[in-house]
Structure formats: C-alpha cells, structure tokens
Design a protein around this ligand. Structure first.
Ligand code: PAF
Length: 298
C-alpha cells in the first residue's frame, strides 16, 4: 500500500508524471469510486508499471438539466482505494485547471455518439471524448482502462484512439454487479429502497431477454419481451433496449445467416427509475445459421 501523490495543478501533475519510469496506465474517473472502479484499478496495476487515476467531474458531459451539482463526491474514500491499489498519482484538477477557458475546439463523437446514450443526452459523448483526449495529453499514458458498463463510451474511446492515432492502448474490464444483481454505478446512491427494488428489473430484463435469444427468439421477439417486462414495473420508465454491435453500436436486427460466423453483440438497456437514469448491458453471442444464440455474460 502506497499513498498516491495528489496533483491538483498541471505543474504538480507534470512533476509527478516526470518521476515515473516505465509504463503508465490511466484510469479516468469522476470519483465516488466503487467496486467497479476497483476492478479498473486492479487491471491497470496488472498491466503497467504505474497507475495514474484522474478524478474529475467533467461539466462538459452534463446537460444543464442533469446531476452535475449533486453528483456524488467522496474524495477521502477514493484516495484510500487508490492507496490500496498502489496508485502512483491521483490527478484531481479543479474546473479552472482542466478548462482554463471553455474549449472552443472539441472532439466530435459523430454518428455513433448520437444514438442510444447520445440520443438521450445530446452532446454527452463530445464532452466525454474531449475530456478523455485532454487527460491523455496531460497524463501521457501508454494504456487506459475503461469499464464495459459504459459500453458505448468504451466503443467511442476506442474509435477516437484509432481515428486520431492517439497511441494509447485501451483496456476494458467487465461490468461489476452488486449481490442483488444491480450493476454498480455511482448514481445508485440516489435510489430510495423502493426504487432500488424496482431497478432490479433491469438485470432481470437483460437475463430474460438473453435467455430468449439463446432459446431461438429473433431480436425483435426478444426485445418485445424486454419492453413488456420494463413496462410492467411501476416507477421504471424505459428509455431504450437494443441489441447492438459492440464496436459500432449499430443495431443488430437479425441473427447471422447460414454462411455467417457467430456474432458478438451487446444487449443494452437504459431506464429512468424515479429521477435516476440507469444503464446496464450484457454480452451475447449470436450463433450463426439455425443454432440458437447463447448469452456470454449475464
Ligand atoms: O466514465 C466516466 O466516469 C467518465 O465518463 C469519464 C471517462 C471519466 C470522462 O469524464
């Protein structure tokens, strides 16, 4: 266990970063670290000589109507988790350090950033990619670790790295669930006991729908089951449920035909539970020809 250097300014970050020899893995976060983040830290530790964690609640990725001001903050607990995982540097800039002026030039997430999460949260992914690009420039990592809970974000970061030749290896870790099955999220803190109970329909819907696909239902039939399950749950309002390509987030409407190979897909859902918006997903493999698809991770 080693206490990380806490860098608040660019000068502090530069000095701390210059002291690190060998490879560096960046774990970009907005703080309020939970077990999902813990698995990101462990992945970074296994894959690089040093881990750098950024803790920054990025205003650019929140719409004015969203929860920027009440987003959970728990810096001391976050530091303890970072120390437990021997994080070398925690970069925790203020808004002024990160954005000395509002960036006029931003990363555009393009069409992939306008569907699903991007459709419900216009501009969100431009804000995410802009801050991730800045964090890459400031911390100069060899690798960066992202969670598969934010599957569309992960796909877009990979695409940005490829399209802009950023030279950072993007690693990912599986989504982590609580004992009751709810996907871990910093926003789960907003849920009342009843809302949390209602929110369990999300993992239930994903496992039931993945099973329907495994049993031979078409994507359309399986998604009809998913919509009905969410609609039957009081207090939960569906935003979207979709079967998508993990790299492009294009909708997958059909199982692969006779000559096609098995196809990996993501079954993704977003819903509002009370005032809290939650997302969840599972990986599925769509089996070619007439053999049924089998869920890979539920
Ligand atoms: O996933 C998150 O916590 C954020 O979107 C990220 C990647 C730290 C950018 O602000």
């Amino acid at each position: 266990m080693t206490d990380p250097i806490v860098a608040r300014s660019r000068a502090e970050l530069d000095a701390a970063r210059a002291s690190l020899a060998g490879t560096v893995a960046l774990v970009p976060t907005m703080g309020a670290l939970h077990e999902g983040h813990h698995s990101l830290l462990r992945k970074a530790k296994r894959n690089a000589d040093h881990t750098v964690v950024s803790i920054f609640v990025n205003p650019l990725q929140f719409a004015p109507t969203e929860d920027l001001d009440r987003y959970p903050r728990s810096f001391d607990d976050d530091l303890r988790m970072c120390a437990d995982e021997d994080v070398a540097i925690v970069f925790a800039p203020t808004n002024d350090v990160m954005y000395p002026s509002l960036p006029a030039v931003r990363v555009c997430a393009g069409a992939m950033g306008e569907r699903f999460e991007g459709a419900s949260r216009p501009g969100h992914f431009d804000g995410v990619l802009t801050v991730v690009a800045k964090l890459f420039a400031l911390t100069r990592p060899h690798k960066a670790v992202f969670g598969r809970k934010d599957a569309q974000q992960l796909a877009l970061v990979r695409r940005m790295v490829a399209d802009l030749d950023l030279g950072v290896e993007v690693l990912s870790v599986p989504l982590v669930r609580d004992r009751d099955g709810l996907a871990l999220s910093s926003r789960n803190k907003y849920l009342s006991a009843e809302e949390r109970e209602a929110a369990l329909i999300l993992p239930t819907t994903l496992s039931t729908t993945a099973q329907a696909l495994a049993d031979g239902a078409s994507p359309a039939q399986a998604l009809t089951i998913a919509r009905a399950l969410i609609a039957s749950t009081d207090g939960v309002v569906l935003d979207y449920v979709a079967l998508v390509d993990p790299d492009t987030f294009d909708v997958i409407a059909d199982v692969p035909g006779g000559d096609d190979v098995d196809r990996k897909a993501i079954l993704a859902v977003a819903a509002r539970v009370g005032t809290t918006r939650l997302i969840d997903n599972v990986d599925v493999t769509l089996r070619a020809a007439t053999s049924a698809p089998t869920p890979r991770e539920v």
